[in-house]
Design a protein around this ligand. Sequence first.
Ligand SMILES: [Zn+2]
Length: 233
Amino acid sequence: MSFPFSCPFCQRDTTITKSNYFDIIQYIDKDSKDGILALRTVLTTCPNPKCKEYTIMTFLLKAQRDAFGKYSIVNEENYLEKWHLRPLSLAKKFPNYIPKQIIQDYNEACAIINLSPKASATLSRRCLQGMIRDFWKISKGRLIDEIIELESKIDPISWKAIDAVRKVGNIGAHMEKDINQIIDVEPKEAELLVQLIEILLRGWYISKHEQEMRLNSIIQIADQKESEKKNGK
Ligand SMILES: [Zn+2]
């Protein structure tokens, strides 16, 4: 058993194996409206030796019982509810050269994905619009018009990702309206929007910043060589 994992504490992409993974399933067969239930709690420890933080999540799933009385989960992917117990919010830490308002909207969108997917998606759309306006200087009123304008300015994969999320269920229908309008969405859709924001924060702000840092260090090295030459070294 092994699967890829992105640690919410140190942000490293790692691989989780049996040695840093624990899960426990409790079956509850008490005549609920959803039938037999399963509570599955998963604990993963980050393999990064400098981190070793642990993440805990609990899923509520539909379960079944076979003719021999053995319980099993109906469909692992199709959970009824999911709780992030540790850390409570999956918001990633982003550098402070990204505008405060954008980070604030992103953090709040992360914190309420399950509590209120509607409010989360509304904040994510506001965050996306804030980024398009701040980073690309495109401001047109409706988010959909700004996304259309954006197509000629960004790399095709980023644009396709934005467009793909726009097409997802309710989010798509409401990207075309005012961003302050409250929309009806599922937690999974709200999570997808948050993931898009993370990819764009990295792809736009962080990439640009890192490129500037690298270019500046090249300029500095070249300047140093130049002055060494002048000083006859
Ligand atoms: Zn970690």
